[in-house]
Write a protein that binds this ligand. Structure first.
Ligand code: AMP
Ligand code: FE
Ligand code: FE
Ligand code: ZN
Length: 288
């Protein structure tokens, strides 16, 4: 069983439609796959329809959150598994995040247009095609304009959080988001806590606060984590009795990672299933 618990489709900022996403997983031998699009459950139905009989599907999402520490605001991503997609409080918050993504994405485009970059609001909306707008969609417009040759290059330049075009999102407070996910019967797992924004603040004190708020797991193995980060996160997870997961954070051709590049073990999957309230079950073969 090869288990990848963090992937994106074209329902957020990945490039694969769910059938292509499932085919990519199958080609890499991934037999348990989580769909974790940003701030939406809109891809769940198509993912269910794309599932071949031998594959286990875990329905989830990735929420954008923030944590304020020492007067600074840090961006932290939170994975949420097997939550009730119609839970009023969580669904309303996801809708708010999507609305904010649209406004913020267009504000970034406006800054670029004002600086003379040859892209447009309509072009980015067409690329997003109804998905919650993310910087990768703007990156594809910059590629189409010939300004960069990849989305990764766009992130290093025009899309950088330190650059002149960046606009922050109105993310949920991390501890509130953890509580919302638990309230919806879901399982909150800190996403890539040693990547970019969150790296500076992920320590024992921070994890303790998250555990007090209801955190269940930490994504230990992730393409952005080097050996030291992984060892450190493994220690932190064990210290607090948290589930350790691993995953690729696949985004199709928007990111240079392969689906199944990092994986979770069956114990982690079993622990996630038993920590959920069962409203949204796994679909397909259960881990033994
Ligand atoms: P946003 O959520 O709009 O601030 O955009 C950040 C998102 O872009 C994160 O989900 C990243 O995983 C994603 N992303 C996709 N491709 C890249 C890349 N090449 N470099 C950095 N982030 C990327
Ligand atoms: Fe993303
Ligand atoms: Fe993320
Ligand atoms: Zn992700």
């Amino acid at each position: 069983m090869t288990i990848d618990l963090h992937t994106h489709t074209a329902f957020s900022d990945g490039t694969d439609q769910p059938d292509e996403w499932m085919a990519a997983a199958w080609a890499q031998g991934v037999t348990t796959l989580a769909i974790t699009d940003h701030d939406t459950t809109d891809g769940w139905q198509a993912a269910v329809e794309a599932r071949p009989p031998g594959v286990t599907l875990v329905r989830g999402a990735e929420l954008s959150t923030h944590l304020v520490q020492g007067g600074r605001r840090y961006s932290v991503h939170l994975l949420a598994y097997l939550f009730d997609p119609v839970d009023r409080r969580l669904a309303a918050e996801l809708a708010r995040l999507r609305a904010d993504r649209l406004e913020r994405g267009l504000a970034m485009v406006d800054r670029m247009v004002a600086a003379g970059l040859p892209i447009s609001r309509q072009q980015v909306l067409d690329i997003a095609d109804g998905a919650p707008v993310g910087r990768p969609h703007i990156g594809r417009a910059l590629m189409a304009a010939g300004l960069v040759s990849s989305v990764t290059e766009a992130f290093a330049t025009y899309l950088s959080g330190r650059g002149p075009y960046y606009v922050a999102k109105a993310d949920t407070a991390l501890m509130t988001a953890i509580g919302m996910v638990r309230g919806a019967g879901g399982v909150p797992v800190l996403a890539h806590p040693r990547s970019r924004g969150a790296a500076a603040i992920t320590d024992a004190a921070m994890i303790r606060s998250c555990v007090d708020a209801g955190l269940v797991g930490i994504e230990v193995d992730h393409p952005d984590h080097g050996p030291d980060a992984r060892a450190d996160l493994r220690r932190l997870a064990d210290q607090f009795g948290l589930i350790r997961t691993g995953a690729s954070d696949y985004h199709g051709s928007n990111k240079a990672v392969r689906i199944g590049q990092d994986t979770s073990d069956e114990d982690a999957l079993r622990a996630i299933v038993s920590a959920s309230s069962g409203v949204t079950p796994l679909i397909g073969p259960e881990p033994r």
